[in-house]
Design a protein around this ligand. Structure first.
Ligand code: ARG
Length: 427
């Protein structure tokens, strides 16, 4: 495994000109992806290439991928406010011969036509429908990021190249992601001086299997910043403690604890303003039951689109590239009583005492991919008050009448106390 990132270059007159440096994560090797456009048979292609690179013992061969360039003009559809027009290719009869473009062989393909398709407009960046926490001037000294130092491995690069070749509307995005977007993995929350709580489904290796050893080797925790590119401190993971009865398919016991190593790089662990644990709801005798918090909020650097999947276009309505959240975002949610949530047809057999549901009836507000492991917080007016849940799962993101599923942290207090020590939890 190797750790790679990306740098952006602009190609003008065949010259590659660096247009933006990735902040942070500068210790990681970077992959340089360049692109230029060419026209063959009246079809515009964009050719992306990277030079071969050697990282330690690993060699990444030169890679190239090709994508079709949509028409320069705007989609002729006049979208409603919640929709946008996106060019998509569709087959249009006649086959083109095999041909080789800059050494890349394009198998015989049907001549393609561009169609303007109406898609739901992506919501704001970060948790869906959210606000940048910085704009609220809220302190979140317990928010953790769980990131990978080996996130963008060769398989990812090859998979991205394949998506690009398949004409993914995210070709531009896949090729121009910032380093922090490759590396971001999950959220987490500091609950005791050296312990971060997260979702167990985040403790996975590059093949998606639960793998604490891989995680200790290749992932780190970031604390003390809302910005993924500057500030804060990063820590190695000294120990991973898994709940023994996790069942991913049924959202059962989606909880894990990470003990962080005392190797702060930039700020001391005990700077109370920047890094401080969050009290778990239920630690105080007078805390509401999970469903009884009147206001809740979820925090995260997760995906920007309501679709929350890789096929949602990372483009705004002008066709400009949308990046994933660099700054922490939050969105307010309503608690959804367990009995109501359990009746939702997408959550049959899922809603046990170990989960809490929260959402927003009309849709448009939710946590989403990349928020997992992060906190669902019970609010006292505008102030974050206590940890109620951990982002775990959901059917889609931000759909009307489909709440998100959160691990009910209070339910796991006995297990948490056993692992971290009863006296260690924030009172
Ligand atoms: N499993 C997702 C993750 O890994 C979180 C999904 C949350 N979905 C929702 N609709 N609230 O980041």
């Amino acid at each position: 495994m190797v750790a790679v990132g990306v740098r952006r270059y602009k190609i003008t007159d065949g010259m590659a000109e660096r247009i933006e440096a990735d902040g942070g994560l500068t210790d990681l090797p970077q992959v340089t992806v360049t692109h230029r456009e060419l026209v063959r048979d009246g079809i515009r292609y964009r050719l992306y290439t990277s030079a071969p690179q050697v990282f330690g013992e690993e060699t990444i061969p030169a890679l190239a991928s090709i994508t079709l360039v949509p028409p320069q003009r705007r989609c002729p559809l006049s979208p409603r406010p919640d929709t946008m027009g996106i060019w998509q290719v569709s087959a249009a009869g006649r086959a083109l011969p095999d041909r080789t473009i800059n050494g890349m062989r394009l198998a015989r393909r049907t001549r393609l036509a561009w169609r303007c398709m109406l898609l739901r407009r992506p919501h704001s960046v970060g948790v869906v429908g959210g606000t940048r926490v910085r704009d609220l001037q809220q302190a979140t000294p317990w928010q953790a990021e769980f990131y990978s130092t080996a996130r963008y491995v060769r398989q990812d690069f090859v998979a991205d190249a394949a998506m690009v070749r398949a004409g993914s509307p995210n070709a531009e995005y896949l090729n121009q992601r910032h380093a922090y977007e490759f590396h971001h993995h999950c959220g987490g929350v500091l609950i005791a001086p050296q312990w971060v709580l997260t979702a167990q489904h985040c403790i996975i290796n590059a093949d998606g299997a639960i793998d604490p050893d891989y995680v200790r080797r290749w992932q780190r925790i970031r604390l003390g910043t809302q910005d993924l590119v500057q500030g804060g401190a990063t820590y190695a993971i000294a120990k991973v403690v898994l709940h023994p009865d996790f069942n991913e398919r049924r959202f059962r016991n989606d909880i894990a604890l990470l003990r962080i190593a005392a190797d702060a790089e930039t700020v001391p662990m005990d700077d109370p303003k920047r890094i401080a644990p969050l009290r778990i709801s239920g630690v105080r005798a007078d805390d509401p039951l999970p469903d009884d918090w009147v206001i809740m909020a979820v925090y995260g650097w997760g995906t920007m689109t309501a679709h929350g999947d890789d096929t949602a276009p990372h483009l705004d309505d002008k066709g400009h590239l949308l990046h994933e959240a660099r700054e922490l975002r939050m969105v307010r949610l309503d608690p959804v009583p367990r009995a109501v949530c359990a009746r939702n047809r997408h959550y049959r057999g899922v809603v046990t005492d170990g989960v809490v549901c929260a959402g927003y009836g009309p849709g448009g507000r939710d946590s989403c991919q990349g928020d997992s492991g992060g906190p669902l917080v019970g609010m006292n007016g505008d102030d974050p008050e206590a940890l109620v849940g951990i982002v775990s799962g959901g059917y889609g993101c931000a759909l009307p009448n489909v709440p998100g599923i959160y691990t009910n942290v209070a339910h796991y207090l006995p297990w948490i106390r056993k692992v971290v020590g009863a006296g260690a939890l924030a009172p």
